[in-house]
Design a protein around this ligand. Structure first.
Ligand SMILES: O=C(O)C1=C[C@@H](OP(=O)(O)O)[C@@H](O)[C@H](O)C1
Ligand SMILES: C=C(OP(=O)(O)O)C(=O)O
Length: 450
């Protein structure tokens, strides 16, 4: 769990070319779902390539508290002996999801239709994030929730003893909300229908089908209509977790802005609901290619090659692309600072309710580092200074947000003066090998502030 330990100040100094191969960790979204669905199956699910970041480890602990047997065999290989749909035991203690919105919201969904009472908490970041977006639809199944003002954690959920199926249109583009409703629908009789107006990452749908649930997806005028048949017996699976495109974003973006760089990032999952950043970077003129494109476990995968790109241009990022790159806007804003012209990002309100208000956190640090940022509730614009022209020389508050910390570490690799963050400890939630991986490529990262 981040936010409970001692802060780790970090500084990134301007560095020479980044070169080599960057093996980033497993996908965080798929790792959480592997553990949760494994816990809801009957029998043993085998997982390789699990992300062993703090967010996922907190989910593993939670699944154990609900009665599943979760075993770490080392080297990213894990097994989960599940208790079956509706088989969750009532945990003896509070479930602490640390820094993880995905963890808490999916687990709330998974327990919501079992007759158990569970109290959830997290770190200061997670306890500030809105949970009503999940507990509102769960109430339709018959689940009760009592939390702090504004629907904040700590919060206690009383699972529905006699759940009814639900038809729900998700009001915000959120894969976490969609997934919570689908996971709750697993233990309701009949058909649960979730409608999303904008497509969000579809790992839950794909994995539920993989675990043997009957689930269909239809594109209609209303949006994407997902229909799940309740009370299936989920079959245990052998899951190979693809490498995380959201983590790949950091070495890729670093290579684009550090002169002379050439970095290979192999085996990256390029599910179209996740790959929006790479499309955007190519539109900006990035020298970013997909090598060895192939399919693995039903997901498109490729090796990414990113080279220093001297002619990056600011672009308008279409709002309909936002969901497919939502976690990548912080690092995109760093690349935009090194481009010529304005990068205009619209339809990005959701950035304000992540681990931090990411528009605010990035804007504060970018402005202090000499970059012009304009912002509104749902949009922000970066006026790029071009390569070699970004001053830097600042210490930025990472606000318990791993993506803010990593984005500013990437920025400091190409600014005129070093860039520091007050606390890099949240990086361990999603990318525990970040410092070593970047150092191996040639980055100059140290654990102190200048
Ligand atoms: O479902 C998921 O695994 C995730 C969904 C997204 O959150 P929202 O559903 O809040 O958009 C994303 O930001 C998060 O990192 C992971
Ligand atoms: C938003 C993120 O995660 P979560 O919502 O799971 O905390 C993220 O990883 O960028």
């Amino acid at each position: 769990m981040s936010g409970h330990g001692t802060p780790i100040p970090m500084t990134s100094r301007p560095c020479g070319p980044l070169k080599g191969t960057a093996h980033v960790p497993g996908d965080k979204s798929i790792s959480h779902r592997s553990l949760i669905l494994g816990a809801m199956a009957v029998g043993e699910t085998h997982i390789t390539g699990l992300l062993e970041g703090e967010d996922v480890l907190d989910t593993a602990k939670a699944m154990q508290a609900f009665g599943a047997i979760v075993t770490n065999h080392g080297g990213g290989e894990w097994t989960v002996s599940g208790v079956g749909v509706g088989g969750f035991a009532e945990p003896e203690n509070v479930i602490d999801c640390g820094n993880s919105g995905t963890g808490v919201r999916l687990i709330m969904g998974a327990m919501a239709t079992s007759p158990i009472t569970v109290t959830f908490t997290g770190d200061a970041s997670l306890n500030g994030r809105p949970m009503g977006r999940v507990t509102d639809p769960l109430a339709l199944f018959g689940t009760q929730a009592v939390g702090r003002q504004g629907g904040r954690l700590p919060m206690t959920l009383v699972g529905a003893a006699d759940p009814v199926p639900v038809r729900y249109t998700v009001p915000v583009p959120s894969a976490q909300v969609k997934s919570a409703v689908l996971l709750a629908g697993l233990n309701a009789p009949g058909k649960t229908v979730v409608i999303e107006k904008e497509a969000t990452r579809d790992h839950t749908e794909r994995m539920l089908q993989g675990f043997g649930a009957t689930l269909s997806v239809e594109d209609t005028d209303e949006g994407r209509v997902i229909t799940l048949d309740g009370q299936p017996e989920l079959q245990p699976q052998a899951i190979v977790v693809p490498r995380d495109p959201s983590s790949a974003a950091f070495p890729v973006c670093a290579a684009l802005i550090v002169p002379g760089s050439d970095v290979l990032v192999p085996n990256i999952g390029l599910n179209p609901t996740r790959a929006g950043l790479f499309t955007t970077l190519r539109e900006m003129g990035a020298d970013l290619t997909y090598e060895n494109a192939r399919e693995e476990g039903g997901e498109p995968v490729a090796d990414l090659r990113a080279k220093f790109s001297p002619n990056l241009k600011g672009i308008a990022v279409p709002p309909e692309r936002a969901a497919s790159m939502i976690d990548e806007y912080p690092v995109l804003s760093v690349v935009a600072a090194f481009a010529e012209g304005v990068t205009d990002m619209q339809g990005v309100k959701e950035l304000r309710v992540k681990e931090s208000d990411r528009i605010d956190a990035m804007a504060k640090g970018l402005r202090a580092a000499g970059v012009t940022v304009d912002e509104g509730d749902d949009w922000w614009k970066i006026t790029g200074l071009g390569h070699g022209n970004v001053p830097g020389g600042v210490t930025v508050a990472s606000q318990l947000d791993h993506r803010i910390a990593m984005s500013f570490m990437v920025m400091g690799m190409a600014t005129q003066k070093p860039v520091s963050v007050d606390d890099g400890s949240p990086i361990a939630t999603s990318f525990p090998i970040f410092e070593q991986l970047m150092a191996d490529l040639g980055a100059q990262l140290v654990r102190k502030n200048t």
